[in-house]
Write a protein that binds this ligand. Sequence first.
Ligand SMILES: NC(=O)c1ccc[n+]([C@@H]2O[C@H](COP(=O)([O-])OP(=O)(O)OC[C@H]3O[C@@H](n4cnc5c(N)ncnc54)[C@H](O)[C@@H]3O)[C@@H](O)[C@H]2O)c1
Ligand SMILES: [Zn+2]
Ligand SMILES: [Zn+2]
Length: 382
Amino acid sequence: MRTRAAVLYAPHTEYKIEEIELDPPKEGEVLVKFTASGMCHSDEHMVTGDMAMDPAVLEMLGWKQYPIIMGHEGAGVVVEVGPGVTELAVGDHVVTSFVPACGRCPSCASGHQNLCDWGAHLLSGHQADGTSRHHTLDGEDIATMTCLGTFAEHSVVNVNSLVKIEPDLPLDKACLVACGVTTGWGSATYAADVAPGETVVVIGTGGVGMNAVQGAHLAGARYVIALDPVEFKREQAQTFGATHTAATVEEAQNLLNELTWGRNAEKVIVTVGEGKGKDLASYMPMVAKGGKLVFTSVANMNDNDVQLNLFDLAMQQKSLVGTIFGSANPRFDIPRLLGLYRSGQLKLDELVTRTYTLDQINEGYQDMRDGKNIRGVIVYGD
Ligand SMILES: NC(=O)c1ccc[n+]([C@@H]2O[C@H](COP(=O)([O-])OP(=O)(O)OC[C@H]3O[C@@H](n4cnc5c(N)ncnc54)[C@H](O)[C@@H]3O)[C@@H](O)[C@H]2O)c1
Ligand SMILES: [Zn+2]
Ligand SMILES: [Zn+2]
């Protein structure tokens, strides 16, 4: 069949909206018609080239990263299932999971679905069998972001990358739990393990960080300091549970000195748009003795430079941990978060600052770069 998609042909270019050829689903695959897709900052790293792999490694693996259909925060309806798919049926409502959850590998079986072994395929952007269902009209294979490609009206994805949700939930809000909400929420509740009474600093309160604020607040933090240079984000953070805001690290450090009598924050969560190793040196002093810094942001994949005072790390017994997908279990946490939304305890509607058509995707990402959106969402027509 033919469908419309936003295709990225190379780093530092704009998305091109065009018709593509989409093959029917094969064994274990599902054809989904997307209703909506959030515009996460992670897609932007393929535009800036931060996630562009070394050409020699790509050649060795036989992978081709571009052209690619980006987008991984999707929600939609199942249109067709391939052979062997028993857990989903035509008409089911689904949310994508940007890390597949096979349910059988050691990570899945031990309750760490965010580390599913199927994650090894993610950067290939192809189906599990190594082939592609997406092609340009000239016949060239097109990769898909995290094997999803939600910036398209339809996609064929593996059943392991889909989570069935209740049919009456609004898909244009539910899409946000496909990545940003779950990642931010889990960064606070799982990776940082925020406990009642703690002080938490969230650095960068966009689509992911705002949910770390919500998570920390619901976990019972006493103080939640939202640190973001953009005034709109700082204002909004207060409606998601931030007790204080700061525009700079210096301002946040001054607040911590006052609020905690110099004890600092038990948990600091980094969710800035582009992670930078050199900034750790300024973030770590905000962490209390025995406290933890959670690093959620995506950094340039070839950047190995980090600045960090190792004396402080050891002598104050601080921890530094990374997290993917907020250390969550998508098959458990996606329905759980949607349940909290249903009962009014998790804000999703307020996260959507603007909606766009697929044709407006370049405008939408420009708005993200300009700091105008908590989350922009593409809504597809009928
Ligand atoms: N680890 C994961 O599994 C995972 C999942 C999703 C997203 N991410 C990453 O998380 C990061 C945030 O994503 P997002 O969609 O929320 O992006 P976003 O653009 O919506 O938000 C980023 C925020 O950081 C702020 N910011 C930028 N520089 C800053 C600085 N120096 N100090 C403080 N704030 C700063 C911006 O003003 C913005 O509000 C991205 O790097 C994204 O790729 C990681
Ligand atoms: Zn698995
Ligand atoms: Zn994302």
